[in-house]
Design a protein around this ligand. Structure first.
Ligand SMILES: [Zn+2]
Length: 263
């Protein structure tokens, strides 16, 4: 329902877009996923986390930084889970084309800043490519942020997971228990940490050498991490901390320039 204070772009009328969306507006595209997350979580995890994080961010910081929400893109590049029926995924080529089209539409408004808020680590490389493509094609300033930076991309995973909690592990399960406790079946969870990988110095998640992987390369579990000790209290703290950090990032994005020295 449209409200006077809504910051969802689709709640505006066509003429209102011309009035409310200005050069200072920051347009946020949440990107989720519908993909298997092990036996204890539903397919919707990344979609829900991206959607709820973006909604909380805009509710708390939208007025301060003129943030506007696009509808969450629920299906993205989840082909590391292609082996698991029910996972919905777009090819890299399709998703890149979709992102470029969204960039073109945003460039049709007066806004100059487009932020991808990404809930699915498997999208990150492609989203960085899209940021540059859209920058070149449409002149927008483009940004990529994460509610939770994945451990294979510089984020953190609890010590007990040996830094391997990248999918349906302790932190992600805890956050989901905070957001949708009714959809979590912790009694079905087990520890699925690829301990052998943790012994490598370079070729490991977050190591200097990266590698292509599918989620069933590590075993039949589907998740990668140890969700057995997950809890909603920790999830609430993680979620609220993340929204606060995203708010700080939006402050810099809203004021961003490229740091050019005067000509
Ligand atoms: Zn996930």
């Amino acid at each position: 329902m449209a409200s006077e204070h809504s910051r969802r772009l689709e709640d505006l009328s066509g003429p209102e877009i011309g009035e409310r969306i200005t050069e200072s507006s920051v347009i946020i595209q949440p990107v989720g996923a519908v993909e298997q997350h092990g036996p204890h979580l539903p397919l919707s995890v990344d979609h829900v986390i991206a959607h709820e994080s973006a909604a909380a961010l805009v509710a708390e910081h939208g007025d301060a930084h003129d943030l506007w929400l696009l509808p969450t893109l629920s299906v993205s590049k989840s082909n590391e889970h292609a082996w698991s029926p029910g996972t919905l995924w777009l090819s890299a080529e399709t998703l890149l084309a979709v992102l470029r089209d969204i960039g073109r539409c945003v460039a049709g408004t007066k806004a100059q800043r487009l932020v991808f808020l990404n809930g699915h680590g498997g999208n990150s490389s492609l989203l960085n490519v899209a940021c540059r493509e859209i920058r070149l094609e449409h002149g927008l300033m483009t940004f990529l942020v994460h509610p939770f930076v994945p451990p294979d991309q510089g984020g953190r995973s609890p010590e007990a997971e040996l830094g391997m909690g990248i999918h349906g592990g302790h932190s992600e399960t805890s956050v989901f228990m905070h957001l949708r406790p009714d959809l979590v079946h912790l009694e079905r969870a087990d520890r699925a940490v690829p301990a052998g990988l943790a012994e490598n110095r370079y070729v490991r998640f977050g190591g200097m050498a990266s590698f292509g992987w599918l989620s069933n390369d590590f075993g039949p579990h589907g998740h990668i991490g140890d969700p057995t000790g997950a809890n909603a209290e920790e999830g609430k703290l993680l979620f609220e901390t993340s929204v606060g950090l995203l708010g700080e990032q939006m402050a810099e994005i809203a004021a961003f320039g490229f740091g050019r020295s005067p000509d």
